[in-house]
Ligand binder design. Structure first.
Ligand code: MN
Length: 236
């Protein structure tokens, strides 16, 4: 299957540095050979977040294997970086990746609160579960969707790459079809832009245009966090 893709990342309007990382590096292209795309949102200290997301992505890309195996390697790489530089203790990162083969089968690996969505037939479906305190409260009915948007703990994640040795990694597959679009993004997009707006932008535009419109939309809504977006269009 022919894939058209684009990636982009932006510091936003509030933060002084960008601790998100994306693969492939911000660009766009087309391929019939399959594709690995990934988004990582680092956290921890002044420089820690940037180092964590970069280290994790580099290790994940360099490792041959399933997304879960790649994320496991990323976890070890970030943990190793902390052992080498104890001042970085506490850094970690989200990591959401999709390994797409030439038939359009996407295998996803996921840890944290970055997200993957599938747009099919005008419907945007979140494929990943957020590993957050809030998502757990929502799942158990402890709070409502509206309360979740303003909850003081909304950015507290329960799982991250680079914190513990025995990391639980989500992995699952989706058979994508011509016309589908896959979106990977950091919470700097989803905390700012409603899903309904994201759906329309991804549906109505080529990936490169969609990426830049989504980054612009997040900035227009406040841009309080780093914003990272990757879009893949499955063609025929
Ligand atoms: Mn973020």
């Amino acid at each position: 299957m022919r894939l058209s893709w684009a990636t982009g990342t932006h510091t936003g309007r509030v933060r002084s540095n960008n601790q998100d990382s994306v693969h492939p590096a911000p660009n766009s292209g087309e391929t019939t050979d399959g594709l690995l795309i990934a988004v990582a949102d680092g956290m921890g200290g002044h420089v820690g977040g940037e180092i964590a997301s970069n280290t994790a992505l580099s290790a994940a890309i360099a490792t041959n294997g399933t997304p879960a195996e790649r994320i496991s390697a990323a976890n070890q790489a970030v943990l190793g970086e902390v052992i080498a530089n104890p001042s970085l203790r506490g850094m970690g990162t989200t990591l959401t990746m999709a390994l797409i083969d030439h038939d359009g089968r996407a295998t996803l690996g996921h840890v944290g609160d970055s997200r993957a969505y599938l747009l099919r037939d005008g419907e945007l479906r979140q494929l990943t579960l957020d590993h957050t305190v809030i998502a757990e409260y929502l799942a158990t009915g402890k709070i409502t969707e509206e309360e979740a948007k303003r909850h003081p703990q909304r950015s507290v994640i329960t799982r991250a790459v680079g914190i513990i040795d025995d990391l639980h990694i989500d992995e699952f597959s989706e058979d994508c079809r011509p016309g589908d679009r896959l979106l990977l993004c950091s919470d700097g997009l989803t905390a700012m832009v409603p899903d309904s707006d994201i759906m329309r932008v991804v549906r109505d535009n080529r990936p490169a245009t969609a990426v830049s419109l989504l980054v612009d939309a997040a900035n227009e809504m406040g841009g309080v966090d780093n914003i990272t977006v990757a879009v893949v269009a499955f063609e025929s």
